[in-house]
Write a new protein. Structure first.
Length: 202
């Protein structure tokens, strides 16, 4: 199975201000979703359920004496990690894929144009966020549908609201359902979609 890996140069936006020894960060974001064109299955899978959503933002260099340095090679990266689950009559859970589409707002990364499968149980989206504590807010809604091995798409979507206040309150961290200030926030909903079959293009 093909893994989609992001290899991002930490400190890219800081240029010569950082030591040349800064290392690259490598993330395996997700797996390719494989379609079995010989399958006769016509029963759509369930809509996805969200088990976990975490948001991490870029952070500024630590300061010591008259200089400053990155505390790690990933300081300028932001990432969102999703753990999703779904059920199907024939496809096992680990062989289910997910289809993402931007509904409203904007994201600092590009959603995959093809269905994807979690890698090691999760799907991660990574972007250059800047090695600074001054981060802009994120506000978007995304629809997520399940796709089974036959290419059947779930009749309903999971609607995610991805929200992070950035540095407006001076506090950042992982997503939570509590609505704590400065943390990534999450809300869920259902969007009715017409049942259809989707096939991976050759």
């Amino acid at each position: 199975m093909h893994h989609v890996t992001s290899l991002l140069r930490a400190g890219l936006l800081l240029g010569a201000a950082l030591p040349s020894s800064a290392l690259a960060c490598s993330f395996i974001e997700y797996d390719e979703h494989l379609i079995d064109d010989t399958s006769t299955d016509e029963i759509a899978p369930s809509l996805p359920s969200l088990e976990e959503l975490d948001i991490s933002r870029g952070v500024g260099p630590t300061r010591s004496g008259f200089g400053s340095q990155m505390s790690s090679s990933c300081d300028d990266l932001g990432w969102i990690t999703l753990r999703l689950s779904a059920e199907d009559d024939l496809s096992p859970p680990e062989n289910l894929g997910f289809v993402f589409a931007l509904d409203t707002g904007s994201l600092p990364f590009t959603l995959p144009s093809e269905p994807v499968r979690p890698f090691d149980g999760s799907i991660t989206f990574v972007w250059i966020d800047g090695a600074t504590d001054d981060q802009e807010p994120i506000e978007a809604t995304v629809t997520v549908n399940t796709m089974d091995e036959a290419g059947n798409l779930s009749a309903e979507s999971l609607l995610l609201t991805i929200s992070d206040e950035g540095s407006e309150e001076g506090v950042k961290g992982c997503s939570t359902a509590s609505g704590a200030p400065g943390l990534g926030l999450l809300s869920l909903g259902l969007v009715g979609l017409t049942r259809r079959r989707a096939r991976r293009q050759a």
